[in-house]
Structures are given as structure tokens and as C-alpha cells.
Design a protein around this ligand. Sequence first.
Ligand code: AMP
Length: 371
Amino acid sequence: MQLHDKIFEVFIEAKELDFAIQNMANNIAADFKDDVLVFIGVLNGSFMVLTDLMKHYQYPCEVSFVKLSSYEGITSTNEVKQLIGLSESLEGRSVIIVEDIVDTGNTVEELKRIFKEQKVKHFKIATLFFKPEAYKKDIKLDYVGIRIPNKFIVGYGLDYNGLGRNLKSVYQLANTNTNNNMINIVLFGKPGAGKGTQAEFLKQKYNLTHLSTGDIFRFNIKNDTHLGKLAKSYIEKGDLVPDEVTIKMLEDEVEKNLDSKGFLFDGFPRTIAQADALDAFLKTKDWNVTATIALEADDEILVQRLLERGKTSGRADDQDVDKIRNRYQEYNEKTAPLMDYYKEQNKFYAVNGIGSVQEITEKLSTVIDIL
Ligand code: AMP
């Protein structure tokens, strides 16, 4: 089934959802049937689960909805918005918050804070889905329907960019890679954005072959190879090495790793011609670029990072502000157009490259996990 640009397949059937909800209703009733509960659904996602939960909970209770969304697109954002829709006083009442899904726990934390101010008697959280691997809070979830791995799901109240809420079952992304589990990722970003650092973590985590064209060039320069001699003058000035040289080198490296589970391309492609060549080359193997993920950061921060790195890396192109500026100029003229190139193919994702190494690895992993 297709929603927007993505293909989804059934993950949890309607009857399994119903069974889990019935179970939640029974557990809530066992604890609270003598109290007149106030069930509060968190819109938009919870409208399905709260409706069905009410069909299974046949004791006196009130039902209300609030809105406090934290989801945009397919990755969870950190910011949690304002609460809308709570008009009646809940002082002294027993409240069950009903969520469709709890992942990072940001929304739950925010709700707990808000309801504490309301001086409620009991504050309990019921959620149909829970992603234990993504949960970062120590707030207890009182009633959990189904625990699921940290993957993107849609249907039964949950949407993908607005679509899919009306589906009776829950769906996950279908694996549409030509080569089953192969993931080929282009790590994109300006010099100094942290591509190399992140690649070190991601290659381990996802068992990928890391190909950094910059590293390969430097290795060849150090060993004074023919390729090194060809590339040296360009690299030292901060210019791009000509496409024919770079493309051939990259293809040779891929050929050396044909049993790989996937590639992490770091610093390649840097021109439209290289991107075209990469697509054509991968196609000859029945592979493709799965996604391009950009690490975004301001130029000024990056220049400082590079100068700092230059003090220890010994890289001449990291030590001179004019060379660094030239690398950015090359990026802006030749590499930046690749963003539109991959956006047109629905393969472009961006994450904020400012933060701790671990935070950024987590953000990148969130994207890779939904591919
Ligand atoms: P990097 O380590 O990725 O910053 O690359 C260092 C230098 O290697 C760049 O400034 C270029 O001179 C050269 N280089 C690396 N990758 C490419 C590429 N894909 N195309 C052309 N030149 C490249």
C-alpha cells in the first residue's frame, strides 16, 4: 500500500489491535471501575484507540480529548507543543491519558507536568503502542497494549505526513530495496560537518563499508601512488579532484567490496556528474542509493572546527582559512545542487549536525532505521 512516496505492508492486524485494547480496558477496570474515570485522548493519533477502548470499558466514565502533538514527518522532533482543549477542572479526578504511541516519552513528560498543575487524584498513562528502545524517560507507563521495535508505523490513528490514520490495521515500511537488506547511504555535508566521525559509528552499527574519498586520496598521497600524484595539487588548494579520477577511484573501491552489506559514501558524490555515475554504476550491480543524509551546520562554526582539527590532523587544507573558504566555495557551486538532485528522488534527509557526537549518531540512526 502506498502513502505519499513510501510503500507500506501490514505489521499488526486489526484483530490483534482489538485484543490488545480489550486487555487494556480489562486492566484499567480492575484498578478503577469503582471510580468515575476521566479518559483523555491525545489527538490526533489517539482517536481510534480511545474509541475502541471505550467500547470495551463499560463502566461510568467521562471522555475528553486534548491536542499536544510532537510528530512531524517521519522522525520524532524534540520540541513538544502547547496543550489545547482542556476546559473543565480535573482537580481530585482520576485521569487516564490515552496515547496511540509512546516513543521518546517527550509528550508523556509534558502531559505529566501539565496534569500535576491540575491537582488530579490519579494520573495514569495508557498507550496502545510503546517503543521501549526509543523511550528516554523514567516515567512509568501504566497500561501498555503492544510493545514494538523502534520502527516507523502508520495506520489506526497514526499517520505518515497526514495520511494513513483511517487504516484499520497498522503498517510498517516495506523493504523495497532491490537487494533485500542492502543499505547504501550517502553522508552529505560541508567539510567539517562531522561526516567522518559519524561514519565511524554508523559503519559499526549497521555493518556498512565506509568509503571516504578524502581518506582514500590522502592514503594515496602518503604512499606517493600514481593516483596520489594526480590528486595532490587539487587537494592542497582545496579544489575538487576532477570527476573522471574520483569516479574511477570510487568504483574500484566498491569493486573491492562486493560482498558488502551496504556502503556508507562519505565525501562522494560531490558533483552531479559523480551522482549520475554512482547511480549508473550501482545499477549495473542491481543496487541503488537508499538515502542521502545531510549533516547541517553553519559555515562559521564549521570553519572554526576545521581550523581546530588542522592543529592535530596535519592536513594542509584544514590549516589555512583561504583554502577552507575555497572548499566551501567548491561545495556551494558544485556539491550543494545535489540536495535537489536527491530531493527529487525522495531520498534526501537532513539532520542538525550541531550537538554531541552521540546525539547526532542517534538522529542519523533514527533516519536509517526507517529506510
Ligand atoms: P574530505 O576529506 O572529504 O574533506 O576531502 C578532502 C579533499 O579531497 C577535497 O577537498 C577534494 O580536494 C578531494 N575530494 C574528496 N572527495 C572528492 C570528490 N568526491 N570529488 C572531488 N574531490 C574530492
